[in-house]
Design a protein around this ligand. Sequence first.
Ligand SMILES: *Cc1c(COP(=O)(O)O)cnc(C)c1O
Length: 407
Amino acid sequence: MNNHVVYFDNHATTPMDPRVLDAMLPYFSGKFGNAASRNHAYGWDAEKAVEDSRKKIASLIGANPKEIIFTSGATESNNLAIKGVAEMYAERGNHIITAATEHKAVLDTCKKLEKHGFRITYMPVLANGLVDLDLLRSSITDKTILITIMYANNEIGVIQPIAEIGKIAKERGVLFHTDGVQAVGKIPVNVMADNIDIMSITGHKIYGPKGAGALFVRRKGPRVQLTAQMDGGGHERGMRSGTLNVPGIVGLGEACAICQKEMAEESKRMAHMRDKLRAKLESELDETFINGTMESRLPNNLNMSFAYVEGESLLMGINDIAVSSGSACTSATLEPSYVLKALGVGDDLAHTSIRFGLGRFNTEEEVDYVADRVIQVVKKLRDLSPLYEMAKEGIDLSTVQWAAEAH
Ligand SMILES: *Cc1c(COP(=O)(O)O)cnc(C)c1O
């Protein structure tokens, strides 16, 4: 069944690259040692594998291997970064700045801190999805200890002006954390050039394993300290106790090494397929809307709304394609995506939005197939839509008196 579903949801997770799996396999059984075992070869082998992985990750992001802390994924990394700074620097200030379009792992961490006396500024974003740098500058106070703004957004793919944010943070002596999950491995990221102090990454968005992530924590200029969120054996420079997940760490490292080698070529291929998908959809369908700027965007993301169709019917119509939607109709709430809302996208268009997330293993044939299926289903649904017909006849729908207002 799964074989007939085209996977275009690579922002949610990616299939593991077979080369990553090959690198991991020996560390489940044969080389099963504990990287903290200092007295025998099993431990040394595991430790060497972990240190090799640290180097590969550091190399991809322009860091020093000593600045890489292993975690269980980006949710943990975001928690450790934000709560770790909040606790460590609480005497310096209690104010944190973030943006309305961040991942829940950042927003909910900030909400938790609000209950403990921290003041959080959730900056609105511009209609194109980007943060307003003037607003950022004016939001900083002498109590601000952290700015946390994601590198690239997981729904709309927009890439924030990270180097500018890093510069502002540095000038004001404020630490800068970025959730780098969607950007690292897809576009060039350099923590030194961008003045990033702390950055979260995860394996399963870059063709590596689930449950393996890392946090870059700057050691020099400034030396960042984090209060550990887990107490125990003092692993990972005391910031994250717990026996290291050696196979997962090996996989994360190998995933980074492959990205570093293939990123330039891969991002061109992604952008070509994404642009082809967009062009096909726009050539056959009117009343489509792109969410988020195309100027500063991940090469593998397209987020598009289709007016005059019903979101749920659209998704049901293309159930042989795995995509995400800005509609939360299927969940308990009827609230559409908070990210699209933050851009000012109306509820109707948010409900009919589709996030196409392309990945390493997608093909041109799949792009053609997906485009054709979406065009077919949208056309069919619009044929049944009296609203679309009225709009095409030139009736201004905002002036129509409806018999019963739907809520
Ligand atoms: C997937 C994702 C996360 C969560 O990562 P996990 O490793 O699944 O915990 C955090 N931030 C962004 C932007 C993501 O896309």
